[in-house]
Every structure is written in structure tokens, then in C-alpha cells.
Write a protein that binds this ligand. Structure first.
Ligand SMILES: Nc1nc2c(ncn2[C@@H]2O[C@H](COP(=O)(O)OP(=O)(O)O)[C@@H](O)[C@H]2O)c(=O)[nH]1
Ligand SMILES: [Mg+2]
Length: 395
């Protein structure tokens, strides 16, 4: 028994001495510049990599042969994003919060006792104010008036339903809004993301990558915005979180060659989808057209581009629409992503965008959060746009 005690004491002594030695050597070394800080990821899921390896130096300096735990290269922590099903419903509150005044105003007008000429004009005004666009507004209001007259509709509940139906109709619910991201014959699908600076392209690329990964797809990102190194860093950060590789070139590299390399790498590594983020400086329209046109041509050498998404900032309203047209002239835009709908009371822009560009809105951005991107669904969207609060009063 005493033997054990002695051994334990001896061990303790050696440990203390070793520890002291380490402290002293640390003190002596003090003038040296500190080592660069390692980034520590404290997110949940970290513990999968096993307990942290603590102070192996102290153990070694005691002279006791304590086998250090094997140094395992910790696997990068890959996040599993939430599934997309029901996202628009989940994000609905965010949308209705920003659209509240619009929805309330409209429904307030519809619940007036007499829908006289002035009231119809006010209804028109609120739709135009919400960026629905003049032509679409006229159509919607004309049809609503007609149906109200024919049906002899009176109650606010019925009127709300009629208005909702007209708005949904204006959004062309039959349009194909699916994203073509599935590989064909072992060749990855290529998705090109375009739009003006600040619209939310890089963020959207990142969010889409998460959606695809959540659906069990493998993704590669191409940082063809080579204007600022920070742009590629930003994209790489998004990719890193979900384990997606990012192909980037040196600063000021030719965007087309980066895009080409990205697709090539995607083919070589056998990923399902290659997402290409581009730059969108509009100061020089000709330059931008040239650059994008070249990206498109060069990437097409590998095969046709499956999806070209135009990212539009909903808060820029009708101005954004004008800019959008430039892009549709250079690339074959197959879908629109309308971002920042959480930050505007002008959700009607969705209607105007589709009508003016003749391209379906496929996705909507509803926040800066990593999963704040939802597939666009006309009926759910209109529901959120109108909100339901005034109905409660009506019942
Ligand atoms: N509120 C909100 N902000 C967004 C949304 N999408 C992007 N952003 C923000 O818009 C800013 C510009 O985004 P970024 O992706 O860098 O734009 P890019 O220049 O087109 O690549 C960033 O601060 C994003 O967080 C969205 O749906 N809602
Ligand atoms: Mg960007």
C-alpha cells in the first residue's frame, strides 16, 4: 500500500517539477512574439472530434512516458443545414412584418362599406406603392372590380380571398420554379449567379450551397468575382462551413478562366453541382457585358450552363428592374432570386419582376442568416403579403 503511495507522491513531484520547468522556460521565452492565434470553433458538434488535446509539453517535460493521445487531424466541422421544406412558411413572419402596412392598408380599404371610385383608386395606389408596377396593378384591380361586381361580393373575407386569388394569378403559379442543379451523366450541373454589386450574389451562392448539401448533393464553388480578394474569401467561408471546395484565382485574375477552372475541377472531382459567383460592377456596362459574356462562353466549352440566376435586391424597386435588363441581354437568365424581401414593404416587386422580365422568381432571400433563403411559392407569398390580422377583426 505504502509503495503505491510513494510512487504516486514521486509522480506528483515529477509533475510539479516538470510544470515549474515549463513555466520558467515560458518566462524566459517571453520576448518572442506570440504565436498566431488558432481559430477555435465552439459551435455544437465540435465534440465529435474528441476532447481537446491539452498541454502535451507539460507531460513530456516530466520525463514520464505518458503516451500522448494520437494526434488526429480533426475533420473539418461540416454543418448540416436545415431542410428547405416549409422554409417560406417559417420565414413568413419576417415577410409579413415588413409587409404589414401594405396588407393592412389594402384589407382596410376592402372592408369599407362602399367600394366607391375613390376606394378603388386608393387600392390601386397601395398596389403601386408596393412596387407591383402600373400595368400589373391596372390588371389586378380591373379584374377584382369585375369579379366583385359579378359575384356581388360584400364581406371583407370574401374580398380578401378574391384579391389574394388575383395576386396569385399575377404571379403565374404554373411557372416552373425548380432549380436545375442535378448532374447529368456524371457531369456536374453548372449554375451561374449574376447581378449588380451588393445585390446578394455571394450570400445567395452560399445559401444555395447549403440547400444542396442539405439535400445530399456535393457542391463546388467558383469565385469568379476576382475584383477583390475579399469576395473570394467570403465565398470560401460559406463553402467551408458545408465542406464545399472553392476554386479561386489570384487577385485580378480573368473571371472567365476562374469559372472555367472551377467547372473543370468540378468535373474532375465528380461533384454534383458547380456554383459560380460573379462580379457585378455596373459602372461600365460594356465592360460588364464583355466580362459576363466571356464567362458564359468559356464555361460553355465544358457544356451548356444549366441555370443562370439573376440576383435582384428587392429594396431597389423599379430601378433594380432597369439594371436587371442589362443582364438578360448578355446571359440567358433562367431564374430570379429576389433578396432582402425582409427589409422592404414593397413585396409587390415580385409581381413586377416576373412581368417585366418574363422570368420566374425561383428563390427569395429573407434575411442575412445562413438559411434565410426560401423557394418561392406564389400562394404562400401572397398569404404573407396580405397577412391575416385584419380578418380576425372582421370575423
Ligand atoms: N436583409 C437581407 N440582407 C441580405 C440578403 N441577402 C444578402 N444580404 C446582405 O446584402 C449584403 C451584400 O451581399 P453580397 O452577397 O456580398 O452581395 P454581392 O455583392 O452581390 O455578392 C450583405 O451584407 C448580405 O448579408 C437578404 O435576403 N436579406
Ligand atoms: Mg459578391
Amino acid at each position: 500500500m505504502t509503495e503505491y503511495l510513494l510512487i504516486a507522491l514521486a509522480l506528483l513531484g515529477v509533475l510539479i517539477l516538470g510544470g515549474l520547468g515549463l513555466v520558467v522556460s515560458r518566462l524566459r521565452r517571453r520576448p518572442e512574439p506570440p504565436l498566431p492565434e488558432t481559430e477555435v470553433d465552439t459551435r455544437p458538434g465540435r465534440d465529435l472530434a474528441g476532447p481537446p488535446v491539452e498541454a502535451p509539453e507539460a507531460e513530456l517535460s516530466t520525463g514520464i512516458l505518458v503516451e500522448p493521445p494520437p494526434v488526429v487531424e480533426a475533420p473539418p466541422v461540416v454543418e448540416m443545414p436545415e431542410p428547405t421544406a416549409g422554409r417560406l412558411v417559417r420565414l413568413r413572419t419576417r415577410l409579413s412584418r415588413s409587409q404589414n402596412a401594405f396588407g393592412k392598408g389594402l384589407l382596410g380599404l376592402l372592408s369599407r362599406d362602399h367600394l366607391d371610385e375613390d376606394t378603388w383608386e386608393e387600392i390601386e395606389d397601395s398596389l403601386i406603392t408596393a412596387d407591383v408596377g402600373i400595368d400589373a396593378t391596372r390588371d389586378i384591380v380591373d379584374r377584382l372590380r369585375e369579379r366583385t361586381r359579378v359575384l356581388g361580393t360584400r364581406s371583407a373575407t370574401e374580398l380578401r380571398a378574391l384579391l389574394a386569388a388575383e395576386l396569385v394569378d399575377a404571379l403565374d403559379p404554373a411557372l416552373d420554379r425548380s432549380l436545375r442543379t442535378a448532374p447529368k451523366d456524371g457531369v456536374p450541373a453548372v449554375v451561374l449567379v449574376v447581378g449588380v454589386n451588393g445585390a446578394g450574389k455571394t450570400t445567395t451562392c452560399g445559401k444555395i450551397a447549403r440547400v444542396l448539401v442539405a439535400d445530399g448533393r456535393s457542391v463546388l464553388l467558383g469565385a469568379a468575382d476576382t475584383f477583390r480578394a475579399a469576395a473570394a474569401d467570403q465565398l470560401q467561408t460559406w463553402g467551408g462551413r458545408v465542406g464545399a471546395e472553392t476554386v479561386r484565382g489570384p487577385e485580378a485574375a480573368d473571371p472567365a478562366s476562374v469559372a472555367f477552372d472551377a467547372v473543370k475541377r468540378g468535373i474532375d472531382t465528380g461533384v454534383d453541382t458547380v456554383l459560380i459567383d460573379t462580379a457585378g460592377r455596373l459602372q461600365n456596362k460594356v465592360g460588364l457585358m464583355d466580362e459576363l459574356g466571356k464567362v458564359k462562353r468559356v464555361v460553355s466549352k465544358h457544356g451548356p450552363i444549366d441555370e443562370t440566376l439573376l440576383v435582384l435586391d428587392a429594396t431597389t424597386g423599379q430601378n433594380g428592374l432597369e439594371q436587371a435588363r442589362v443582364f438578360t441581354e448578355v446571359v440567358n437568365v433562367t431564374g430570379v432570386v429576389l433578396t432582402k424581401l425582409d427589409g422592404t414593404a414593397k413585396g409587390g416587386i415580385v409581381i413586377a419582376v416576373q412581368r417585366k422580365l418574363g422570368i420566374p422568381v425561383k428563390l427569395v432571400g429573407l434575411g442575412e442568416g445562413k438559411d434565410d433563403l426560401a423557394p418561392f411559392d406564389p400562394a404562400q407569398f401572397v398569404d404573407a403579403l396580405l397577412g391575416t390580422e385584419p380578418l380576425a377583426r372582421d370575423a
